[in-house]
Write a protein that binds this ligand. Structure first.
Ligand code: ADP
Ligand code: MG
Length: 327
């Protein structure tokens, strides 16, 4: 497919984001590399605290000022980390859309939902995307908001978290961005609505060739929706590959543990298996592999040497000393 061979729309090179004191930094993202092709859907998985939101925010430059960012984020030939705030705002309003994890900060509390949705529709017309009859009410219906007429007159604080999330999704999928970043866009929603919202993302990719990065704790959603997956642990990318490959043959013990923690359904019983142990403190990472303390197969080397990238097949890689041994 041409998608595979066209130049990437996004290239992240050796990205590092540190918080806290210089002498004892917590690296929420550490030396991360990834590329995204036009029209590709990339899923990001990993426990809470693994750096998924920090990665998304670093790409679109919505990190707090206290974050120290290194490396490169190249979007369509432009080095995003070097753009002015104004140039970046311009891109965010047109080519790059996002649904961030904390919706209260992404909607302007001073304007009604209607004002904000209308602004997106105006931008869409400015870009010459107005040949269809999309209305503000239609957009809210698409994300299954009840009483859309009322919602348009309301202010963000009058909506629940789940409703705000859906408004943001409606806005992000109204235009036809070239890159869409969605950080847990369905977390606060009922399971039945989650699926339909996720379908919206697929639809916009199919319709407009939008490249999408989607973060969700819902691995089954990633499995259904994404072409490729990256798994993060303690700020690092630990495994990456085509979704089908990673789900059928995960090579990093952390990926296996994550997949094992999917709810297991047997008859009427649903068991949730948590991964034993805890995510390490980022400011006090042990030597070697950050997962070694929780890893069921760790060997001595894992506690002394950082695992290097192991190429496992076409576009499949893992950072584990044991990734190329049978499990
Ligand atoms: N503004 C911040 N200040 C200090 N530490 C932060 C900040 N944002 C994130 N972190 C730290 O970065 C790590 C990763 O957080 P986050 O990117 O939110 O993970 P995830 O989205 O995977 O749950 C956490 O340890 C968190 O405490
Ligand atoms: Mg997050």
């Amino acid at each position: 497919m041409h998608r595979e061979t066209s130049p990437p729309i996004l290239t992240v090179k050796d990205l590092t984001v540190a918080f806290g004191p210089m002498e004892r930094p917590a690296r929420a993202v550490a030396g991360l590399n990834l590329t995204l092709q036009p029209g590709e859907i990339l899923g990001i998985a990993g426990e809470s605290g693994s750096g998924k939101s920090t990665l998304c925010n670093a790409i679109i430059r919505t990190l707090p000022r206290s974050a120290r960012v290194g490396g490169e984020v190249r979007y369509d030939g432009r080095q995003l980390l070097a753009l002015s705030e104004r140039e970046m705002r311009g891109l965010r309003g047109s080519e790059i859309s996002m649904v961030l994890q904390n919706p209260m900060t992404s909607l302007d509390p001073l304007f009604t939902i209607g004002n904000q949705v209308d602004e997106v529709l105006r931008e869409r017309r400015r870009q010459g995307q107005s040949n269809d009859q999309v209305t503000a009410i239609g957009l809210l219906r698409r994300v299954h908001l009840t009483a859309p007429e009322l919602r348009l007159r309301q202010y963000p604080h009058q909506l629940s978290g789940g409703m705000r999330q859906r408004v943001l999704t409606a806005m992000a999928t109204a235009a036809t961005p070239r890159l869409l970043i969605a950080d847990e866009p369905t977390t606060a929603l009922d399971a039945s609505i989650q699926d339909e919202i996720l379908l919206l993302f697929r639809e916009i990719r199919d319709r407009a060739g939008t490249a999408i990065i989607i973060v969700t704790h819902d691995l089954s959603a990633i499995r259904r929706l994404s072409d490729r997956i990256i798994v993060m642990y303690a700020g690092r990318l630990v495994e990456e590959g085509p979704t089908a490959t990673v789900f059928s043959a995960p090579r990093h013990p952390y990926t296996r543990a994550l997949l094992d923690s999917l709810p297991q359904v047997e008859g009427d019983t649903v068991t949730l298996k948590a991964i034993p142990g805890q995510v390490p403190n980022l400011a006090e990472l042990p030597h070697g592999c950050a997962f070694a303390d929780r890893c069921p197969v760790a060997i001595a080397r894992c506690r002394t040497e950082d695992p290097t990238e192991m190429q496992l097949g076409l576009r499949h890689r893992a950072f584990c000393w044991l990734a190329d041994t049978a499990s």
